[in-house]
Design a protein around this ligand. Sequence first.
Ligand code: TGC
Ligand code: FAD
Length: 411
Amino acid sequence: MSAATMTAPKTNGVHKNGTAPKQSPNNPFDYYNLDGLFATEERLVRDTVRDFVSAEVLPIIEDHYQAGTFPKHLATKMAEIGVFGITLPSEYGCAGASYTAYGLAMQELERGDSGLRSYASVQSSLVMYPIYAYGNEEQRKHWLPKLASVEAIGCFGLTEPDFGSNPTGMITNAKKTSNGFLLNGAKMWITNGNVADVAVVWAKLDGVVRGFIVEKGTPGFTAPEMKGKHSLRASATGELVFQDCEIPEANLLPNVEGMKGPLGCLNQARYGISWGAIGAAMACYESALNYAKTRIQFGKPIGGFQLVQEKLVWMLNEITKAQLMAFRLGQMKDAGEATPQHVSMAKRNNVWMALEIARMARDIHGANGILGEYPIMRHMANLESVKTYEGTHDIHTLILGADITGIQAFE
Ligand code: TGC
Ligand code: FAD
């Protein structure tokens, strides 16, 4: 919040002349001055990640997207600024920050590209979190510092070729042996699967879902890359294949049994996505606003036509609503009051909002909107995946429907 805004004279809670600046010149997205509600450390995290994305991501991301490559060197820099496992305690090499700080970091990463936020979501929420929450102290001490510094890259294997929205039906299974467990089955659509050093894999042991830590190079474990994506092209995606893959007893996550294990991790990652989607929406809105102010048709900027203004207003309105929802959810998470259903509502709304804004921004850019010179199509294509992963839009509708009616409609 700028000093000018903080000291502006007010009458009955309204700026005196109604024309006082409503947005910081450095932040055209903060229409309701949420900045004033963030703690100093939260703003610091946000600004650090924002500066990193502006300086190091935006200049190169389109080339990586077109080439279908993840910019690996950025992972080390993300580790240096403390992005991975940001909410976990410092004794494991993490920042011990609030959930709002985590959300703001995800917002800024996804302003760059959903692939970067995906990388951070998986490393933090889907690999470090289960090791922290369900692992023993030895597993925590061994893995968490390595994952925080990206000395080790992680992935999370839940989805299977025949079990996406319904992971409870998984057929990947583990059998007890004299030395540990024998793993058989396959996981699909695994972010970082083909580049990971370690996978947190969910499999049925005597019919009960359990979490296993599987290291790259274990005999019987292969991880081919999935190719041909038109979305999340700056993110690696792989399969995980287990054929009589023997893993040691010490690699079982001892402290959770059943679907609440993997679904508990998803609460963390879905929360991050609810903030991340705002970042993608901001990037599209900013580009559309700038374009509308400079593109001349019929003798004046297209931003001077009422129909275009209506679209821009809709965008900022939806971004502001999404920010308020994410901020309140962060407060509830920090207070331990957020339910999985609260998280579903924010993931569902904010990803939908971002995708609508990307489509509207493309429309405002006219033909130019399809060029890589603007970030629009990249965000739009990415958001199609974000709408589907971590629970599809419709699965979150059903989660909320079950919560408010008490009647489950999945089956
Ligand atoms: P249900 O019978 O309702 O519950 C089974 C047990 O799980 C508990 N539970 C949860 N616990 C924690 N968090 C949640 N969100 C939970 N939801 C349910 C529940 O209390 C119960 O516990 P217990 O102790 O009684 O056994 O579950 P269900 O099997 O019927 O599942 C229902 C459904 C459809 C909601 C669930 O399967 C679901 O969410 N499906 C969507 C699948 C999904 O989101 N997959 C994501 C894969 S990972 C990914 O996409 C990563 S992309 C990463 C990136 O690149 O950013
Ligand atoms: P399906 O479950 O087959 O759904 C297809 C359609 O049917 C959807 O519209 C869905 O909403 C609808 N549908 C399904 N069931 C119902 C129902 N009961 N009622 C109404 N409609 C229904 N998974 C991981 O485990 N780890 C990862 O790291 C990971 N990364 C991913 C990265 C990318 C780029 C993508 C695209 C996916 C990733 N996933 C990952 C997988 C993702 O979680 C699944 O794609 C998602 O859960 C949906 O499963 P599905 O694709 O099999 O679709």
